[in-house]
Design a protein around this ligand. Structure first.
Ligand code: GDP
Ligand code: MG
Length: 178
């Protein structure tokens, strides 16, 4: 009986989430770790866009994630509007071992997101924290401020640290913003 009532009271959402950032920061790995609890150390460049679906419970609500994972290097200039269209939230990903990946978030990815989506909930994901960082927390705070994000989450797609937390927090922010 309790289960039934909980199901009735729970809402169901479908959220389109874009995962953006330079090539090789770990976008595909984050999605893979979140959806399949898997990590591959061999790098396979993503071609175009891959869309992965995942069901997830947040506080009694059912969240249906559609995770859009873009290819970083090519930037797929002409198709970008399709990629961003209707996105509810974004994970903006940098690689803690490569400072320029954060520079690129400020110079390219965040302006791109704003152009196509306006201000939608977004989280700064600082990935590869299992490796030696070359960027300081201070620099990361400055960047977060410049790109107007409130939440920064330090992740490792390799060992899974905070990966689920990043997706969950984004879902919560989207629900609150609705
Ligand atoms: P994408 O181009 O942003 O999709 O990046 P990938 O997910 O393909 O990852 C690029 C490379 O970095 C691959 O060799 C991954 O195995 C590696 N990688 C991704 N995330 C992590 C991480 O958190 N820690 C470590 N050590 N390596 C990672
Ligand atoms: Mg990829």
């Amino acid at each position: 009986k309790d289960i039934k009532e909980e199901k009735l009271s729970g809402r169901e959402f479908v959220f389109k989430i874009c995962i953006i950032g330079e090539g090789s920061v770990g976008k595909t790995s984050l999605v893979k770790q979140f959806s399949q609890s898997m990590f591959e150390s061999e790098y396979k460049s993503t071609i175009g866009v891959s869309i992965i679906k995942n069901d997830y419970g947040v506080d009694g609500d059912q969240v249906n994630f559609q995770m859009w994972d873009i290819a970083g290097q090519e930037k797929w200039v002409k198709m970008r509007h399709l990629y961003y269209k209707g996105a509810h939230g974004a994970l903006i990903v940098g690689d803690v071992t490569r400072e320029n990946t954060f520079e690129q978030l400020k110079e390219f990815w965040n302006p791109d997101l704003r152009q196509f989506c306006g201000e939608i909930p977004k989280i700064l994901v600082v990935n590869k924290v299992d490796l030696h960082p070359i960027i300081s927390n201070n620099e990361i705070d400055n960047l977060a401020h410049k790109i107007n994000v409130d939440t920064t989450i330090f992740t490792s797609a390799k060992n899974g640290k905070n990966v689920e937390k990043a997706f969950r927090k984004l879902a919560e922010d989207i629900i609150v913003s609705k």
